[in-house]
Design a binder for this molecule. Structure first.
Ligand SMILES: [Zn+2]
Length: 298
């Protein structure tokens, strides 16, 4: 008794036997292959425009595998990558208020709600405590996609709490800075955070605990003028833009054309603002080495 197999297609005798469909095995056609290659989201490198899948990028710590460009990392993703194990998150109870009832093109509360929806974060600073190669560390990272990583009262609150908790637990503090500066929607109150965070760092130094700053692209304004420039060691990622006022504002003020490497990490390294430029792949090792040296860990 032979079972009848239904042919899937009428075969053209001219088709070579290697290209003939095998019953029961689905061979995707060109359209389907194209469709399936787009199912995984890809990330485009802003430098060389190469497309890399998000998974591959994430495994490579968002460094372009083609040209070595350091793409921006989300704050939480960066801290999860930095730590081997995360124990606690700090500062989630602080909620931003709208003391000035500020409205520019849209109300501050609406802007805030949009930023929260876009990033999945409640504010522009994420603080986590955990282990870096077995060493207990407190680390915070700015979420640049949250209103340009701007420093408002809640960012100040969280940073101060991070410093105080680090002192209480005798842990070093690491800050991954990426910010456009103070948050103008909170006016004077956001500028006060510069003094508050500087005082918190001073307390950390009095307790003889290291404070390491990692400058990532970009760091500007009130954050540069306070917590990002008060570290014991300043590391920077390659090609990060670091400054106080932007290039255009300075050019308009001094009426001079400024060269391209101006405000880049490499330029700042040559001029003594930055201690070392570190490739993201060796950042964890470098931070660990510096901390263990400063804290006499064997
Ligand atoms: Zn690239």
């Amino acid at each position: 008794m032979s079972q009848e197999v239904k042919p899937t297609k009428v075969l053209n005798p001219a088709t070579p036997w290697t290209n003939r469909p095998v019953p029961g095995i689905h061979v995707p056609d060109a359209q389907e292959t194209l469709k399936s290659s787009f199912t995984e989201p890809t990330v485009e490198c802003p430098e060389c425009h190469a497309l890399t899948t998000r998974t591959a990028m994430s495994f490579n710590a968002y460094v372009c595998p083609q040209c070595d460009e350091h793409l921006r990392m989300k704050a939480r993703e960066r801290l999860n990558w930095f730590f081997d194990q995360v124990d606690t998150e700090l500062g989630q109870d602080f909620v931003a208020k709208d003391p000035l009832k500020f409205v520019d093109s849209k109300p501050y509360t609406q802007r805030m709600a949009e930023a929260q929806k876009k990033t999945g974060e409640t504010e522009a600073l994420v603080v986590l405590q955990g282990l870096l190669k077995g060493l207990p560390v407190t680390a915070c990272a700015f979420e640049f996609d949250f209103m340009g990583g701007s420093m408002g009262t809640v960012v100040g609150d969280r940073f101060v709490q991070a410093a105080e908790s680090a002192i209480a637990k005798k842990q070093p503090l690491v800050c991954f800075a990426a910010s456009g500066g103070a948050r103008m929607q909170e006016g004077m109150l956001s500028l006060m955070q510069m003094a508050r965070t500087s005082a918190a760092i001073e307390k950390l130094k009095a307790a003889k605990l290291p404070y390491i700053v990692v400058l990532t692209h970009p760091v500007y304004g009130g954050v540069t003028a306070s917590l990002a420039m008060l570290g014991d060691v300043h590391l920077a990622e390659p090609k990060a833009m670091i400054g106080f006022a932007g290039k255009r504002v300075i050019e308009q003020t001094v009426r001079e054309k400024l060269d391209e490497p101006f405000q880049r990490a490499e330029y700042l390294l040559d001029h003594g603002v930055v201690d070392q430029i570190v490739h993201r792949h060796s950042l964890r090792d470098t931070v660990y080495r510096i901390i263990s040296k400063l804290m006499n860990v064997n």
